[in-house]
Design a protein around this ligand. Structure first.
Ligand SMILES: [Zn+2]
Ligand SMILES: [Zn+2]
Length: 216
């Protein structure tokens, strides 16, 4: 999958083209004080995830604070993304905002000549990022993208009590009753129809005792 054409859709595997949110480690180390930076990372088009489309309406805004020394840098990151998603019930475009914060620990790649060294707990830390040079240019936009993807909401509703679509005519029920809703089948019949449908392949005589009287 080495396609390089700039699709309208952005895949979730790799950060969007042109994303960069970087700073020089040396600036933090020399200043001995925290460095504050803000990046606006643009996304064009939509991202597909959880079987739906997330249409980004604004750049993702990242605020980061970097502190530390030559042994390691701590980065506190807050990001905010605005997007539009179809309501899971009525399919109406619904805007939503995702805001998350996370931390990264940057450390220089240890110089182990030759064999692998088991460095205990350092490898378990999922926030640890090993960088080739702690003083050089460090880009955190790839990590922002990873955190953004995992924080995309699985389901969005336009409102809490969204009525969804009429199964018969497809009309959005939030906008009023359609003509079929008045002649809708009696709900008791609907339940009956469901029972018939589901009951066909169920084994008969299976004691469905809800109180669970299970005397041995
Ligand atoms: Zn809805
Ligand atoms: Zn209808």
């Amino acid at each position: 999958m080495e396609k390089s054409n700039e699709d309208f859709k952005t895949g979730i595997e790799v950060k969007p083209l042109g994303w960069s949110c970087s700073f020089k480690g040396a600036a933090v180390i020399e200043e001995r004080g925290p460095l504050v930076l803000r990046c606006e990372l643009p996304i064009s088009g939509s991202v597909e995830h959880w079987g739906q489309e997330y249409r980004f309406t604004d750049p993702v805004v990242v605020d980061a604070t970097v502190s530390g020394d030559a042994l390691g840098l701590d980065v506190d990151i807050v990001f905010k993304a605005r997007m539009e998603v179809d309501c899971a019930r009525c399919l109406e475009a619904t805007s939503c905002e995702v805001s998350e914060s996370f931390q990264l620990f940057l450390k220089p790649i240890p110089e182990n000549k030759g064999d692998r060294v088991e460095d205990g707990n350092a490898e378990d830390d999922e926030n640890l990022v090993l960088v080739p040079s702690i003083e050089g240019e460090i880009d955190i936009s790839g990590q922002v993208w990873e955190y953004l993807v995992v924080s995309l909401p699985e389901k969005i509703l336009c409102c809490e009590g969204c009525l969804g679509l009429c199964p018969l005519c497809g009309r959005n029920r939030n906008r009023g009753e359609c003509s079929c809703s008045t002649s809708e089948p009696d709900p008791r019949f609907a339940v009956l129809a469901e029972l018939i449908e589901n009951g066909n392949d169920e084994a008969p005589g299976k004691g469905g005792n809800r109180n669970g009287n299970s005397k041995k």
